[in-house]
Ligand binder design. Structure first.
Ligand code: FAD
Ligand code: SF4
Length: 517
């Protein structure tokens, strides 16, 4: 055999560089479901079904195109596995295949890259990494952007990307005259709520998905989450249907209510496209192109279209750039030296905090919650409690269908937990219950009072918020974006309220973490 082309579970695009120059008479494709990848974090059942089902569909599509595919499928009996890790399964296949070279696209996880490199080195086998063309930019482009800059602002990167790819541009100026329309995109639903929202397009599990669901229910029965509502796209055709449906139905209000949350409404006007995008069932260029087309044809307003483009062309690319630029050291960063585990309710959803209970319901049912649940509910609470940023990342990797190391790590450890000391975000995302009350209806149905920081009814977010500011006052003092929050802290201290708040925060922390810090 000439080339053995390795295709990983998040590399399911037919136009991948891995297939450049493929000769079907001499080359074969290798794909493997392996126990280690399914269990190195305690993966949500939905995440497992998504990956395995999408991989099996892609395998069949490749075979229909005349490719030879060697596919290692997991069965319900772990003792029947040919190996537990990529290396073990590949080693057993290599004896039969004897390829001259391994070819693959850069993986989405540094750990996996290292594993394959060690494997090839040990056997003195050539391994060729190819650029991942799915993205609008490469790690090399990002390194060029970062070169000589003291701080890496997403906004600066995003403007560069808009210019480079000529997206929403009027010559050298942004369409509409402003680069950033975020000020239009922070509405809540007010008292009346969002009304009837039909949510993203959903898909009934087909035969392949059904088989995988049976496998996961048997083999990974103790993993978190349920499969009762599995309805994610698992093929390119389904992912494109979902995208077109989003552009037509949700995009017009996507921007305006981007940050809002509401009871029993996991998706609101969000696209739910992240899982399909990250497995490469969907091309981000199609997302950007169709959104811009909707604007040009008058079907969606600029604030929504720019907001959506900013997420795909800006945040998604920026986050990936950060990952490859700062790994492998990045994963070790822990700016505030936090060390706790995530609270138990992050696995079960059993808590009296209505916001956490609601958000967890979305996560357990759908392996999904939109960005404000992730940032201002789970991330906020973790940071206020002092959870280790890497443990928060591990939890996130377990529980979300769209979680892959390159995208989860900078978002969790960096943006949300400020573990990188300010590379991704210029200030820690912390707030009291006030923010959650403003952006949702959760507080009105909660046993706690979002305004109270002391006493039995004190909102955990509110008590822990003041406690966090007091604990880290010194290190936050040099951050000019924290000025107002620290002035408010000083007022609390001057009024003599701080000691009682911190005492209550200690009780809350003990109760949530189940032990003394
Ligand atoms: P929409 O709100 O409809 O946004 C459209 C698309 O923009 C998304 O599908 C996604 O591809 C992209 N996008 C938006 N924000 C980001 C971002 N910050 N980073 C990368 N892409 C972005 N996204 C993941 O895909 N995987 C993760 O593991 C992940 N971890 C996160 C952890 C935290 C703590 C936070 C705050 C955000 C995280 N995000 C992650 C980003 C974002 O929350 C999800 O992409 C989004 O909620 C997915 O839902 P959606 O498809 O409905 O997104
Ligand atoms: Fe969450 Fe506090 Fe509001 Fe309850 S009162 S929903 S705990 S923010």
């Amino acid at each position: 055999m000439r080339h053995l082309i390795l295709v990983l579970g998040d590399q399911l695009n037919h136009d991948s560089a891995a297939f450049d120059g493929i000769d079907d008479d001499q080359d074969s494709v290798w794909m493997a479901e392996v126990h280690e990848e399914a269990t190195h974090v305690w993966s949500h059942k939905t995440r497992l079904v998504l990956f395995f089902s999408a991989m099996r569909h892609f395998r069949d599509e490749l075979r229909e195109r005349g490719r030879t595919v060697h596919y290692h499928a997991l069965g319900s009996n772990p003792n029947a596995d040919r190996g537990k890790s990529f290396s073990e399964v590949l080693a057993s296949d290599l004896e039969r295949m004897q390829p001259q070279r391994l070819v693959a696209v850069l993986p989405g996880d540094f750990r996996v890259k290292q594993q394959f490199e060690a494997f090839a080195n040990e056997r003195d086998l050539e391994l060729e990494w190819r650029t991942d063309r799915h993205f609008h930019s490469s790690p090399e482009d990002f390194a060029e952007f970062a070169d000589g800059r003291k701080s890496l602002q997403m906004e600066t990167f995003y403007r560069q990307m808009r210019r480079r790819h000529n997206v929403l541009m009027n010559g050298d100026d942004p369409v509409g005259g402003a680069w950033n329309l975020d000020h239009d995109n922070r509405e809540s639903f007010g008292r009346d709520g969002p009304g009837k929202i039909t949510g993203p397009h959903s898909f009934r599990p087909d035969e392949i998905t059904g088989e995988v669901m049976d496998l996961v229910r048997k083999r990974f029965a103790d993993h978190p989450g349920t499969l009762d509502d599995f309805d994610l796209p698992v093929t390119h055709a389904q992912a494109r249907t979902m995208l077109r449906d989003f552009i037509r139905r949700q995009l017009p209000l996507f921007g305006t209510y981007e940050d809002a949350m509401w009871t029993d409404e996991p998706f609101l006007y969000h696209s739910r496209l992240s899982a399909a995008l990250n497995l490469k069932l969907l091309d981000p260029r199609d997302c950007v192109e169709l959104a811009v087309q909707a604007y040009k044809e008058g079907d969606a307003p600029l604030n929504s279209v720019e907001g959506f483009v900013r997420q795909i062309l800006g945040w998604r690319e920026f986050i990936r750039g950060i990952y490859w630029h700062f790994m492998p050291d990045y994963i070790e960063r822990n700016h505030f030296e936090h060390h706790h585990d995530v609270p138990g309710c992050f696995w079960t959803g059993e808590t009296e905090m209505a916001c956490v209970r609601q958000s967890m319901q979305h996560v357990l049912q759908h392996a999904y919650a939109h960005h404000i649940h992730r940032l201002m509910v789970f991330g906020n609470l973790s940071l206020l409690l002092g959870v280790h940023p890497r443990k928060f990342h591990d939890w996130h990797m377990s529980m979300y269908a769209d979680a892959i190391d390159w995208v989860s790590l900078p978002n969790t450890l960096g943006m949300s937990q400020h573990g990188d000391g300010g590379i991704v975000g210029t200030k820690p995302y912390v707030s009291s219950g006030n923010y959650i009350n403003k952006m949702s209806n959760f507080c009105s149905g909660c046993r706690y009072d979002y305004k109270s920081a002391t006493g039995e009814d004190a909102c955990p977010f509110t008590s822990l918020y003041w406690d966090f500011l007091a604990r880290h006052e010194k290190s936050l003092d040099s951050n000019h974006r924290m000025g107002m929050q620290l002035r408010n802290l000083k007022r609390k201290r001057d009024k003599g309220e701080l000691n009682a708040i911190r005492e209550r925060a200690g009780e809350i922390r003990d109760a949530l973490l189940g032990k003394k810090p």
